[in-house]
Design a binder for this molecule. Structure first.
Ligand code: 13P
Length: 336
């Protein structure tokens, strides 16, 4: 198959009007934190058990079209010996892979961050594709302070995302482009609005410079929210209105799908906000690429014990189903 056909087929398999993406690509330090919250130790075997459990949830493919995996998971198998990427695809869930290598400080721009992992990316992508990954994800992170992100932070991070995306497309892997403006801080929603608009504008300028085919990528942005510690918390209607306004100003209609990260919203908030976003008209599909908001209740129900498998899967399926309804604008909080 040609590179272009690989890209096209992946987009077709991942974009429809009722499903979303599950982010299960927590890096080793992040999954260790999540496991610590339920008193479980993060060993390779525990991670395999947990992620096998998630992916073998009966009926998950009705609500989930893609799963982002961590490198280690690509090579893991179920107790019956089926590889986890194959297990996902047997449920019509396209397997993908997080390819960035984490982040550090951006020299010259105090307070800004930059993500690592471009060196050797082409070789890694070829290997991941052989292991079954058809799309990739790369995250750049933008903390908000009174002076961050700086102009240098904006341009350097956008350049990284564009180089990654162009590299993925050159090898027939669909890029998920994730610029995440962090929720942490006391800033109000207006500040998040202004910053998110600048971030997305700089990202799409860089994508154009690097000739990324917009039709063959997915955008994974934050919603426009009040800072977590801001005393004045905007409601769901304002979040949806401002998020749509920013997206309409900055994201070309050629992009087929926008799949939001949950970024620290509660599972219920994340579902409610997605539902509000889907009340209006938009040129793109608006769906999920949630990690915490899809997994939190499932992780708690599991509690690190194989006795709780059924409860864990039921909790995941519930959030996946409610987000699928929200993705169609048909969710109501009474369904919780
Ligand atoms: P959250 O939904 O928990 O923010 O995770 C999404 C993700 O993949 C972050 O890179």
């Amino acid at each position: 198959m040609s590179i272009q056909t690989d890209l096209q087929n992946c987009i077709e398999d991942m974009i429809d009007d009722s499903r979303g993406i599950l982010a299960a690509d927590e890096s080793s330090p992040t999954i260790a934190k999540r496991f610590a919250s339920i008193g479980a130790e993060s060993t390779e075997e525990m991670r395999r058990q947990y992620r096998s459990l998630l992916l073998s949830t009966d009926g998950l493919g009705e609500y989930i079209c893609g799963v982002i995996l961590f490198e280690e998971t690509l090579a893991q198998s179920t107790n019956n010996g089926q590889s986890l990427p194959q297990l996902a695809w047997s449920n019509r869930i396209v397997p993908g892979i997080k390819v960035d290598k984490g982040l550090g400080d951006l020299p010259g721009a105090p307070g800004d961050k930059i993500t690592f992992g471009l060196d050797g990316l082409a070789e890694r992508l070829v290997g991941y594709k052989e292991q079954g990954a058809r799309f990739a994800k790369w995250r750049e992170l933008y903390p908000i302070t009174s002076h961050n992100p700086t102009p240098l932070g904006l341009s350097a991070n956008a350049e990284m995302l564009a180089r990654y995306a162009a590299q993925c497309q050159a090898l027939g892997v669909v890029p998920i482009v994730e610029p995440e403006v962090l929720m942490d801080g006391e800033h109000d929603i207006n500040r998040c609005h202004v910053v998110t608009e600048k971030v997305l504008r700089s990202v799409f300028e860089a994508l154009a410079r690097h000739r990324v085919q917009l039709e063959l990528m997915i955008l994974k942005p934050n919603m426009v929210l009040s800072g977590k510690s801001c005393p004045q918390q905007a409601g769901t209607d304002e979040v949806a209105e401002r998020t749509l306004q920013v997206l309409k100003r900055t994201v070309p209609a050629a992009v087929p799908s926008i799949n939001f990260l949950s970024g620290g919203m509660t599972p219920e908030q994340a579902t409610e906000n997605l539902n509000s976003l889907n009340q209006g008209q938009a040129p793109w599909q608006l769906s999920t690429s949630y990690g915490r908001a899809l997994q939190e209740p499932a992780l708690k129900a599991w509690g690190g014990s194989s006795n709780n498998g059924a409860a864990c899967q039921a909790a995941l399926l519930k959030r996946a189903r409610l987000n699928s309804l929200a993705r169609q604008g048909k969710y109501d909080s009474s369904m919780e």
